[in-house]
Ligand binder design. Structure first.
Ligand code: NAD
Ligand code: UDP
Length: 313
């Protein structure tokens, strides 16, 4: 049995990770400040004696003895991370410093939940890990993109300078149950709008693409990465290469739900990346991992979740 710290454990991805790690027989500690996470996401785990929750902000130092740390604490939706951009930078950068310092002190292995956003509005398509990205350092998304890029820098330097055992994964757009209904990301927005019979808000003309990964696939990739040998640090892309335009996604959601909702077109947010698709050759060869869940199937599970949630309201 390992003792494992999950920062951002009450968030969308973090809650699924805590659940998986507990199911595999580990002791799990969720650390969260509940900025975008909710206790509701982990309440079904609370009866498990091997699960503990701690309210804490990763921008402040924290001490605990654990074998592994998954560093997920950071708002991920553009609406949320742009709400308080300075705090977003602090969370990524000071959070990384604090968690890496802890890992160094207690000799724990540590995994960073990085993002496809480090590639910015990519000029190389699909994105491979050796692409350096095309990021606007002063744009509205920079608090998140640059914060995550500095976090990667800190991780590799703690590894080179202090031999901290690090792992970096670059996560591409992930969706599934327990996304926050108001978090503003496209999959949750479209599903909630379609279930309520409201117009689906496509930003721009909907030609921009994203590659959507179901959360269970991400958790498989993330835990496989943590289990690799110390000399494999990444970064490694974890995403589903199935690429769709946003308009295709809107139509898919409407079709699956059988909704009467219409599609409306709003302004495209500033610096919105035009395309995004992971090249996952490295994940396939190094982790023996690839995503298994097709978009249609993942959407059905997610729609079921939101359908129940909206009926409870
Ligand atoms: P989320 O917003 O649901 O979860 C983030 C969690 O971190 C929340 O529980 C929040 O309360 C917590 N948090 C935020 N700031 C904190 C702080 N200062 N101290 C302590 N806790 C804090 O987002 P998510 O989709 O679950 O994303 C989890 C991680 O994965 C993030 O680091 C995100 O950048 C990364 N990621 C997610 C995606 C995706 O599509 N979901 C894509 C790329 C990367
Ligand atoms: N988007 C949209 N309508 C929405 C929410 C998002 O058209 O209601 C678009 C957004 O402009 C972007 C894509 O969907 O092009 C994915 O947005 P999301 O916020 O989910 O993630 P990110 O932009 O960080 O990939």
């Amino acid at each position: 049995m390992k003792r494992i710290l999950v920062t951002g454990g009450a968030g969308f991805v973090g809650s699924h990770l805590c659940e998986r790690l507990l199911n595999e027989g580990n002791e799990v500690i969720s650390l969260d400040n509940y900025f975008t996470g909710q206790k509701k996401n982990i309440e079904h785990l609370m009866d498990n004696h091997y699960f503990e929750i701690i309210r804490h902000d990763v921008t402040m130092p924290f001490f605990i003895e654990v074998d592994e740390i998954y560093n997920l604490a950071c708002p991920a939706s553009p609406v949320h991370y742009q709400h308080n951009p300075i705090k977003t930078v602090k969370t990524s950068v000071m959070g990384a410093v604090n968690m890496l310092g802890l890992a160094k002190r207690i000799n724990a292995k540590i995994l960073q939940a990085s993002t496809s956003e480090v590639y910015g509005d990519p000029q190389v398509h699909p994105q491979t890990e050796d692409y350096w990205g095309y990021v606007n350092p002063i744009g509205v998304r920079s608090c998140y993109d640059e914060g995550k890029r500095v976090a990667e820098t800190l991780f590799v330097n703690y590894n080179m300078q202090n031999n901290v055992r690090i792992k970096i994964i670059r996560i591409f757009n992930t969706y599934g149950p327990r996304m926050h209904p108001n978090d503003g990301r496209v999959v949750s927005n479209f599903i909630v709008q379609a279930l309520k019979g409201k117009d689906l808000t496509v930003y721009g003309n909907g030609d921009q693409t994203r590659s959507f990964q179901y959360v269970d696939d991400l958790i498989n990739g993330m835990t496989k990465m943590m289990d690799t040998g110390d000399d494999f640090t990444g970064p490694v892309n974890i995403g589903n290469p199935g690429e769709f335009t946003i308009l295709e996604l809107a139509n898919k959601v409407i079709d699956i739900i059988g909704s009467k909702s219409k599609i409306i077109f709003n302004d495209l947010p500033f610096d919105d990346p035009m395309q995004r698709q992971p090249n996952i050759s490295l994940a396939k060869s190094s982790l023996n991992w690839e995503p298994k869940i097709k978009l249609e199937d993942g959407l059905k599970h997610t729609i079921d979740f939101f359908d129940k949630l909206l009926k409870e309201e």
